[in-house]
Design a binder for this molecule. Structure first.
Ligand code: NDP
Length: 330
């Protein structure tokens, strides 16, 4: 175990102005927990972008190491389930928000928060998936529970070229769905088709004020955007369909009418990854290990080093990141 390790630290001054810098930490600086993990790989999610730039109050305790997810190897444990050498994944639970997170050489967390790294995937693949991909899987599982199957009709994915969107497309197409990808970056059409999108539509088609009901275009959807986009997606969902809503990249509001719910029996399925129970997490990671094409995963991810995290954080909130970013912590 290293005596000191580098970490990214978010601090706040007396005027509540947030800043971020690299710091040297020791094990004693870590927060409470019964498992210490050497972080091998992490990632930059949209929420990490909000945390580092301070655009939204994601960090709620200062100073704090941001980073909401990581994969690595247990170096110390007093938890009954975990032993030195175990490979683990962590997503959410307030890590990177109120508990020191992933952007450090070591992380100390509760053993109850950890999921075993599926043997089929590496720590780097796990972080290419990351919270975004695991959330995409939670969305797909929610649609399946609602009976949405390929024979019911097309499914729409919004924020398609982003992390959740890219992985949702890869999973849904592998499962046999006809996937409609909605993007503001139509220049990424080839990328989206390579991931498995059967149709690519412009974000503008869904970004204006929604009519109560529109033409029935899809049986379901995965929405990472919120606001007018989600309202339009709902209004164009066919009878008995369902939309899994997980994101707010376009806004936190929902200017919709109840018409799709009460006239077409459409369901809106809320997806939260942060406090999702362990059973659901294990199922999602198991499905990801099985249902996600590894070559597609490689094609949608880029790798950066520790020094690139802050730039990537700015890029993701500005909508400039395509697919997923993996951080190699070596
Ligand atoms: P990304 O930034 O990778 O993707 C978001 C995508 O949304 C962008 O790539 C862009 O896609 C689209 N977008 C961005 N800005 C706008 C805008 N103003 N209007 C319309 N579309 C826009 O983020 P992630 O995929 O990591 O996360 C997506 C969302 O899901 C975020 O809001 C995030 O907070 C949320 N999330 C929620 C979780 C949960 O537990 N509920 C867990 C993980 C993520 P394109 O260029 O193709 O249009």
């Amino acid at each position: 175990m290293p005596e000191t390790f580098r970490a990214l630290l978010v601090t706040r001054d007396e005027d509540k102005k947030q800043s971020v810098a690299v710091a040297e930490m020791t094990e004693d600086d870590l927060m409470e927990g019964d498992v210490t993990v050497a972080v091998e790989a992490t990632t930059v999610n949209y929420k990490d972008g909000l945390a580092i730039t301070g655009m939204a109050p994601v960090v709620r305790r200062f100073p704090l190491v941001p980073g909401i997810d990581f994969a690595g190897t247990v170096v110390k444990s007093s938890h009954v389930d975990w032993r030195e050498g175990d490979q683990v994944i962590l997503n959410g639970w307030g890590v990177g928000e109120t508990h020191h997170g992933a952007y450090a050489g070591l992380a100390r967390v509760k053993g109850d928060w950890l999921v075993k790294l599926p043997p089929q995937i590496t720590p780097f693949e796990a972080m290419a998936i990351g919270t975004a991909g695991y959330t995409a899987m939670l969305c797909v599982m929610a649609l399946e529970r609602h009976g949405i199957a390929p024979e019911r009709g097309p499914v729409i994915v919004t924020g398609a070229a982003g992390g959740v969107g890219s992985i949702a497309i890869a999973i849904l197409s592998r499962l046999g769905f006809h996937v409609v990808a909605s993007t503001g970056r139509t220049s990424e059409e080839d990328y989206l088709r390579d991931l498995g999108a059967a149709e690519v539509i412009a974000r503008d088609e869904l970004s204006g004020p929604a009519r109560p009901l529109g033409r029935e275009r899809w049986a379901g959807g995965v929405d990472a955007v919120g606001s007018h986009t989600l309202a339009n997606v709902l209004s164009m969902t066919s009878y008995g369909g369902a939309v899994a809503a997980c994101g707010l990249a376009g806004g936190m509001d929902l200017p919709a009418s109840v018409a799709p719910f009460i006239l077409r029996g459409v369901s809106l399925l809320g997806i939260d990854s942060v406090m999702a129970p362990l059973s659901l997490r294990r199922e999602a990671w198991g499905r990801l290990a099985r249902d996600l094409d590894r070559a597609k995963l490689a094609s949608l991810s880029t790798t950066i080093g520790f020094g690139g995290i802050v730039d990537a954080a700015h890029a993701i909130v500005e909508g400039r990141i395509r697919g997923r970013v993996v951080v190699d912590m070596a």
